[in-house]
Design a protein around this ligand. Structure first.
Ligand code: ZN
Length: 367
């Protein structure tokens, strides 16, 4: 067994963590750009806490609050332009995965003012201004990863980039910010967090250490699963879901994700299915596909969640998300071509995966 575990991010976890650690901001600079979406930072209370912290530490700041779900290259360019105009020396991402991923892109583009947004995907950068991540959903774990996933219009797909400098400097994780989420978003993001740890657990790159983290997250997710469908119970599990999401970030930083994520982007880009649900709809086919060679690990994961079988697990997921969209044969063929662009996810999958395999999985959605 060989591995290198690197997570340079300072992790702060708990209630009121942003305000209590306001000195972190002034240790990093004096001019911040806050990168966020239209609503979540305000609705969650995170923006108010952050503005209070920045004001009291005399940090000048501007706000870019137009990050969309699946942030586009154009939007990233606009945010980076504001950061450069403002002479920001740090980027604070507040929100779900999209604003956090956008903050990483803006962090690199601010430190490399002549770089075009598309250059992010070819790597070759080594500097970013410090990035602080404040999640308001319990799903992506982006606060603990170097990954940034952006929507590239010309290719009609999501592509990711990462570098040593794109780890957030600090992650401030306060589960209170998820209190205002709807049940729909809570379920969606929780399943995304689960798929990170589950795919990492079944991934080619899994190590003893990533497995230990994944199993802990799978166990805690198992405690949350029976309560996820009941809106009156979600407050009991918010902190645990945030913990699962954070652990998911640690796991996929080590392992990467697999074809379930690589395929899920097609549902998101072409069927307007949110990210977590896209993964949820693929879970049955994925389990069937990798189950041929990963049965022992799948059984272990189910046991860790207190479930008797993968079938019981899939039934529980189905009761949360319902039926997957149907595809036409033409869509299945097109989705196959798009999935082939996700080369890393394919390489990470524990079963050797070719075009025919991917096509046969998409064909299961043709009705
Ligand atoms: Zn994900």
């Amino acid at each position: 067994m060989k591995f290198n575990f690197r997570i340079p991010t300072d992790i702060y976890f708990g209630s009121n963590i942003v305000y209590e650690n306001k000195d972190v901001f002034c240790s990093l600079g004096s001019r911040a750009i806050i990168v966020t979406g239209r609503n979540s930072a305000k609705k969650s209370g995170a923006l108010a806490d952050l503005e209070r912290a920045l004001s009291e530490t005399k940090i000048q700041y501007c706000i870019f609050d137009r990050i969309e779900n699946n942030p586009s290259v154009k939007t990233i360019g606009n945010a980076a332009a504001l950061a450069k105009d403002f002479k920001a020396d740090m980027v604070i991402g507040v929100g779900g995965g999209s604003p956090l991923d956008a903050a990483k892109a803006v962090g690199v583009l601010t430190a490399n003012p002549n770089m075009a947004v598309m250059d992010l995907f070819s790597g070759g950068f080594s500097a970013a201004v410090p990035i602080i991540a404040i999640p308001t959903t319990a799903g992506t774990g982006s606060e603990a990863t170097p990954y940034s996933v952006l929507y590239v219009e010309e290719q009609s797909t999501k592509l990711s980039f990462s570098g040593k400098c794109t780890f957030p400097h600090s992650a401030m994780i306060d589960a209170q910010y998820t209190n205002s989420l709807s049940l729909y978003v809570t379920i969606d993001t929780a399943i995304d967090a689960f798929t990170h740890v589950f795919e990492g657990f079944l991934c080619n790159n899994a190590t003893w250490l990533s497995d230990a983290l994944a199993l802990e997250a799978i166990r805690v997710f198992g405690e949350c699963l029976p309560l996820l469908k009941d809106e009156t119970k979600t407050s009991e599990i918010r902190e645990k879901l945030m913990y699962v999401s954070f652990l998911g970030g640690l796991v996929i930083t080590q392992t990467g994700v697999t074809i379930m994520h690589g395929m899920g982007y097609c549902f998101t880009c072409f069927k307007d299915v949110s990210h977590g649900r896209a993964n949820a709809f693929l879970l049955p086919a994925y389990l069937d596909y990798v189950g041929k060679i990963a049965k022992t690990k799948i059984d272990k994961a189910m046991k860790e969640m207190g479930l008797s079988s993968a079938a019981e697990f899939l039934l529980r997921i189905y009761t949360l998300v319902g039926d997957a969209p149907n595809l036409t044969p033409v869509e299945a063929a097109m989705f196959t071509k798009k999935t082939l662009l996700q080369t890393k996810s394919i390489q990470n999958t524990c079963r050797l995966t070719g075009e025919d395999d991917i096509h046969s999985i998409w064909d299961q959605f043709v009705k």
